[in-house]
Write a protein that binds this ligand. Sequence first.
Ligand SMILES: C[S@@+](CC[C@H](N)C(=O)[O-])C[C@H]1O[C@@H](n2cnc3c(N)ncnc32)[C@H](O)[C@@H]1O
Ligand code: SF4
Length: 419
Amino acid sequence: MQRKVNESTPHAKGNDGSNKNNMSLKLESPLFTLHSSMTAALKPLSFYIHVPFCKAKCTYCDFYSIVGRENSIPAYLKSILKEIEQRTHKLDLSSHYIDTIFFGGGTPNLLDPKHLGQILQKLQVLLQPGEDMEIGMEINPGEANLDNLIAYKNLGVNRISIGMQSFQPHLLTFMSRIHTAEKSFSTYDDVREAGFQNVSGDLIFAVPGQTREEWVGDLERLVSMQPEHISTYSLTVEEGTALHRWVEAGHVEMLEETVDTGMYDWGRDFLEKSGYPNYEISNHAKPGFECRHNLNYWTGVEYLGFGPAAHSFFGGRRSWNIRNLDTYMSDVMNSGTGVADSELISPTMSRNEMILTRLRLAQGLNLSEFSINFGENLLQTKVDMLEKWMDKLVVSKGHLKITREGWALTDEISSDLMI
Ligand SMILES: C[S@@+](CC[C@H](N)C(=O)[O-])C[C@H]1O[C@@H](n2cnc3c(N)ncnc32)[C@H](O)[C@@H]1O
Ligand code: SF4
């Protein structure tokens, strides 16, 4: 079974509780916006901001997030602003423009709009924004009120991803979600009322205790709401989570792989028929509404991540920040950086990564791009493996793709093509 690839990296109210004046909040205009003729000469860059605060910890989640620390948001904000300033100052960004900004978590809606605005302002003054920059944020159902949503929109946020996960009360309880299905519906309505025209809903399937009928019902309900984008993640057991402990102790049994695969297959076909073709294993969108930020990760665009546990990829080097809020904040305040470590991406790593990420995409692996980048004709160098998987792979218009029958073996196929 495929593991999820999350919308954030390979990765509410503020301290005064006030929503005052949110409706009138507007981001000061960036210095200027690049038009397409100008961006053609420049390289896209993505920014990721990790917001590590949550109201409760979900049983399955191993993303870096902490509960009960919202009083640290002002200090966190100071650190983020300092990290952005100091790190971007040391880099030569003159040949880049901002293509996407993504606030992921954790729970980004715990940031007051004025805090989010400060971060956006800082980024857009430091670097030139592209003409149709995508600014996305994740929100949790029931946690972002209409005033805040309007304020986020006024600040330039133009894509919202709602973590609905399920509409079944017993599954929400199993996953320790603190919202109800009704909150997912009302939050969705609020997001629309605030004027967002690019909205995504996340659902999780293959949850212990979930029936196929429940999965069908969840997807049908979400499709009836007509979001522009739908992510469907198979529940994975991550080390360090409550779910992992329960499974290890034998208290919980995960669904059979064939059931999991059957749910995915049904979902993928249903979404395709409903106007949401799959563009990546876990992601489906109405044409033109694919998440550009994630596509950037998967197609090798450089990105800079800020906040604890955020990852970056820039100048052929990957780095990752300290996975601890307090250490991150003190390091940033002392030295201007929260980076824990970094590695240079060797040509072999880069080659393997291209195989791994591109084969998960419906568009597949562009063979001439691969050959230009690595001086290798994959159809010749891996002829034995291509023969082994010949009924699961297809070459179409210069791209190597995994067939519908082969998707469940994506990891195995990719690993055979790696060196
Ligand atoms: C890290 S969460 C952050 C968004 C938000 N806090 C929320 O809970 O919806 C992003 C998405 O990752 C998915 N996710 C996280 N852990 C997962 C797991 N172990 N298995 C499957 N999906 C997972 C969930 O669908 C979630 O919406
Ligand atoms: S799934 Fe979302 S809300 Fe739940 S702990 Fe993870 S980041 Fe927080």
